[in-house]
Design a protein around this ligand. Structure first.
Ligand code: DX5
Length: 229
């Protein structure tokens, strides 16, 4: 049984001057978890959150946090992001010379490990680490910024990863997440291809009816796409 649909925000579009209030509002709006887009200015041309920022927001809500580590050296600060309150660390396959060891180290820290794939990276990059992760992230934009256009051709890769997870007997244990350009007109394609965790930033914050409407609407669209309604 594919794991349930989860709607999760990227806090990139949030007001960084009041992140405590912002994460509380996201929880109130019904999100299943919150993703922190951690960027080092090297792996991607942007610089965002350190562990202390995440730690300061942790006490303002109860939903799980995950850190999407768009950084070249995820091993160096993995413990700090776990200690800051992240239940899951997502590392990029492209940034890890020893991906298997990095994921095993995250598990040893007591957090859930996950791996992200940039658009050009083949699904096969995760073939030998599915036993170490509870999530695979298929990027549907080139990472670094919110508000980019969804790359529809990634739906083939989403389906490939879904098939790999199922073939490995990990359907009940591993989420398939997508991130980038997810909104009312793109979420159905991603969900139908096999994604069950959908990250949205711009689409949540630009909904004129507010966060709660956006979360509810995106969830309904993803659920409908999975049942073929
Ligand atoms: C890219 C970021 C964005 C963000 C979501 O590095 O990871 O994908 O989370 O951005 P939107 O939903 O605005 O495309």
């Amino acid at each position: 049984m594919t794991r349930p649909i989860q709607i999760a925000p990227s806090v990139l579009p949030a007001d960084f001057a009041k992140l405590g209030e912002e994460v509380a509002a996201l929880e109130q709006a019904g999100v299943d978890l919150i993703q922190w887009d951690v960027m080092d200015g090297q792996f991607v041309p942007n610089l965002t959150f350190g562990p202390d920022v995440i730690k300061s927001a942790r006490k303002h809500c109860t939903v799980p946090f995950e850190a999407h580590l768009m950084v070249y050296t995820p091993d160096v600060m993995a413990k700090e992001y776990v200690d800051a309150g992240c239940a899951r660390l997502i590392v990029h396959a492209e940034a890890c010379t020893h991906l298997h060891r990095t994921l095993a180290n995250i598990n040893d820290l007591g957090a859930n490990a996950a791996v992200a794939l940039n658009p050009a990276t083949p699904a096969s990059a995760v073939a030998h680490v599915l036993d170490l992760v509870d999530l695979v992230l298929v990027m549907t934009v080139n990472p670094g910024f919110g508000g980019q256009a969804y790359i529809e051709t990634m739906e083939t890769k989403i389906a490939e990863v879904r098939a790999m997870i199922d073939a490995a007997g990990r359907t009940d244990d591993v989420d398939l997440e997508v991130d980038g350009g997810i909104g009312p007109t793109t979420i159905a394609g991603a969900a139908a291809a096999g994604a069950n965790v959908l990250i949205a930033g711009s689409a949540l914050y630009r909904d004129p009816e507010g966060l709660e409407h956006a979360v509810t609407d995106l969830r309904a669209r993803a659920e409908a796409a999975r049942t073929g309604d």
